[in-house]
Design a protein around this ligand. Structure first.
Ligand SMILES: NC(=O)c1ccc[n+]([C@@H]2O[C@H](COP(=O)([O-])OP(=O)(O)OC[C@H]3O[C@@H](n4cnc5c(N)ncnc54)[C@H](O)[C@@H]3O)[C@@H](O)[C@H]2O)c1
Length: 114
């Protein structure tokens, strides 16, 4: 069973989490739309990486399959970007209700995991 899903896996914090978990022998899946993150950040890491957007519910639900813990780091944390495109920044924010609910809804697809 994949234990951890890291959103924003190709970003600064997400990729560090992926590496730390994988180095501890955990099974890790990563999700990132690569809008600002880079695949190179995960070079050599043992991770089941999915290039997908948080707004793509089928992809998010599929990424939640078999997962016990979600570490939600996907975000557009740039202040200038949030001014230029507030909707995009809001939809990716880790503590943003729509993206958090989307993840929660996806996890509810697999109640046997909890
Ligand atoms: N870096 C820091 O020092 C720091 C400190 C405190 C808090 N934080 C918070 O931690 C979170 C992550 O920060 P970071 O520095 O790793 O940012 P980051 O920009 O390096 O990583 C965010 C990742 O999310 C991905 N992403 C953005 N929108 C997405 C979407 N709709 N679907 C899927 N993936 C998407 C991006 O491609 C990127 O890889 C942010 O909320 C930030 O505010 C960061």
């Amino acid at each position: 069973m994949t234990r951890f899903l890291v959103t924003g896996a190709a970003g600064f914090i997400g990729s560090a989490l992926v590496r730390a978990l994988a180095e501890h022998g955990e099974q890790v899946r990563g999700l990132d739309n690569l809008s600002t993150g880079k695949r190179e950040n995960l070079a050599g890491a043992k991770v089941d990486f999915r290039e997908a957007d948080l707004n793509d519910f089928p992809a998010v639900a599929d990424a939640c399959r078999g997962v016990e813990y979600v570490l939600h780091q996907a975000a557009l944390p740039s202040v200038p970007k949030s001014v230029a495109d507030p909707l995009a920044s809001n939809s990716a924010a880790p503590k943003n209700a729509p993206s958090a609910f989307r993840l929660a809804e996806a996890l509810l697809c697999f109640p046997q995991q909890r």
